[in-house]
Design a protein. Structure first.
Length: 65
């Protein structure tokens, strides 16, 4: 039985001198599929680094006042 697809957030940068930025999202049921989907969907840009994070594993940080 396959797991249900869930959102993975995709972050990348085109040069190591610039900050990483959010470039979009893919839906996948596992890491291997998320890697394939992200690299295929965002291949039009020449990324030096690409990161994918399962949305449910992301944590919001709030800067204290």
């Amino acid at each position: 039985m396959n797991a249900a697809a869930e959102p993975w957030e995709v972050f990348a940068r085109q040069d190591q001198k610039i900050p990483i930025r959010h470039v979009g999202r893919v839906d996948a049921s596992n890491l291997d599929d998320a890697i394939v989907f992200a690299s295929t969907l965002y291949e039009e840009w020449k990324w030096t680094d690409m990161f994918i994070v399962r949305r449910r594993e992301m944590r919001r940080l709030v800067k204290p006042e």
